[in-house]
Ligand binder design. Sequence first.
Ligand code: FES
Length: 166
Amino acid sequence: MSGRECGACPIEGRREFLRAAASLLATFAGLGASPAVAEALAIRPGSALRVRGGNATYPIPDADGAMIDRQEQVILVRFDGNLYAFNLSCPHQNTALKWEAKDQRFQCPKHKSRYQPDGTFISGRATRGMDRLAIRRAGETVVVDVDVMFEEDKDPAGWAAAKVTL
Ligand code: FES
C-alpha cells in the first residue's frame, strides 16, 4: 500500500482517494447535473454596456449567477439554461431584494419574502414571484426593457415567457 493510511478513515491512501473522487465525478456527470448549477450561484454588482431609452444592454453571462445593476434597478440572472431580468424591488412593498448565499435564494430584507433564482415565490408576505422585465437576445448580448414589467399574478403567461433560453 502506498501513501499514508488512516485507521479511522474509510478511504486509505491517496490513490484510493483519487479513485473515489473520480468515481464521484463520473456519477455526477452520469446524472446529467451541471457543475455550474450545483455550485453556489455567484452574485456580483454590475452595469449595463449601454442604455438607450428604456433598453439596457448586458453581455450574456458565461456561467450561472446573478448580477445586480443598481443604476438600472435590474437583477440579471443566468440559471439552469435561461436568462432572466428582474426588477430589483420586492413585489410586496418595493424593498431592494438581496441574495442569500447560504440558502441560494433571493430574499427581501423587509418582510423576508423568499424567491427561487428564477424568481418563483417561495414564502413570505409577497403574493407573487419577483417581477420580470422584458428581455431579448441580441447576438452575444441581451437587451432588457426596463419599462416593460411582467407581474406574475396579473399576466402569468407573459411572466413565464419573459426569459431568454440559451
Ligand atoms: S417588502 Fe418585501 S416582503 Fe414586504
